[in-house]
Design a protein around this ligand. Structure first.
Ligand SMILES: [Zn+2]
Length: 310
């Protein structure tokens, strides 16, 4: 894979490089990159936002986190990619406009098209170079999430400890293994990898920016050994597990459950109705757990996500 000279790889200790980086592919847009090089040696943190183009807390938090870094004390290197899928961002779309691809299902794969090429460039250039990846998401235009930050099964204790220390407003989450997802593929590569969700509805929630920024500061302090693990209290919270549930039928969805509510398997999630106001279906929870996401866009098509239950 051909890439142009990488100015973000030659940052002087104690300084930040902020600019547009052009990959070797002419059809991929330049990528906004922020890179801070600490004065002390240490690991590399990669923070990613807007892997889906309609999610806004991550990009805002990455900018604030970089602005607030104490460069005179910083250990290691921090790379921020605030807007990973720029063409989706400019289209205010979850997916890449040219091929309709979901970038967060395209990592580690061999498919053709702009989305696959972008995934390969991010993976080879940035994911391979990092020790810790934090991928910041939100519900996008279609969903609203419970704030949660997660790790993968078998990742060892590091990833779970980091997720649990991210901050009180963000619930611990055991992310299901889904091939092609950025954080899962980074985990498979042997990186410490976390993924986070904060509300959604294509809003920019100031509380989310604050929680993500504070969470990144805390994680980096722990990961670089500025804070000893022994100084940290145990976290008694049960993690959210589970996965998304999709609907077989479309219609206007009136939820009967609230975000954060505990439901039993088979509980009615809500009512789907048609344009005449006639009931079409009352979808039931596929498993017991906490309702961790619900639609923001209330008119559902068959195959759309109707909840996350975990
Ligand atoms: Zn997302």
């Amino acid at each position: 894979m051909k890439t142009n000279p990488d100015p973000w790889q030659r940052v002087e200790p104690g300084s930040v490089w902020r600019g547009w980086w052009q990959s070797g592919y002419a059809d991929l847009p330049p990528l906004p990159v922020l890179c801070a090089q600490g004065v002390y040696p240490g690991p590399t943190l990669l923070v990613t936002g807007a892997v889906h183009g309609d999610e806004y807390e991550g990009p805002a938090a990455i900018a604030r986190f970089m602005d607030q870094l104490d460069l005179a004390q910083l250990r290691g290197r921090v790379i921020g990619l605030p807007v990973v899928n720029g063409n989706a961002w400019r289209a205010r779309s979850r997916c890449t406009p040219s091929d309709g691809g979901d970038l967060n299902r395209a990592f580690g794969g061999q498919q053709e098209g702009e989305t696959a090429r972008l995934a390969a460039v991010i993976y080879e250039t940035f994911v391979r170079a990092c020790d810790l990846l934090v991928d910041l998401h939100s519900g996008g235009a279609r969903l609203v999430h419970l704030p949660m930050v997660g790790w993968y099964q078998g990742a060892g204790r590091d990833a779970e400890i980091l997720a649990r220390r991210f901050g009180a407003p963000v619930h611990p989450w055991r992310i299901p293994d889904v091939p092609g997802v950025l954080s899962y593929e980074a985990h498979r590569l042997g990186k410490v990898a976390l993924g986070a969700e904060w509300r959604g509805g294509a809003a920019l929630d100031p509380a989310g920016v604050e929680a993500y920024t504070a969470g990144l500061q805390r994680l980096w302090a722990i990961f670089t050994g500025v804070v000893e693990e022994g100084q940290l209290a145990e976290d008694p919270r049960d993690p959210i597990a589970g996965s998304y549930q999709t609907t077989e039928q479309g219609g206007l969805f009136l939820p009967h459950v609230r975000l954060g509510e505990r439901v039993e398997a088979g509980a009615v999630l809500g009512l789907l109705s048609n344009e005449l106001g006639e009931a079409i279906a009352t979808p039931a929870a596929f498993r017991s757990g906490v309702v961790a996401a619900l639609p923001h866009l209330a008119l559902l098509f068959p195959g759309d996500r109707i909840a996350y239950i975990g």
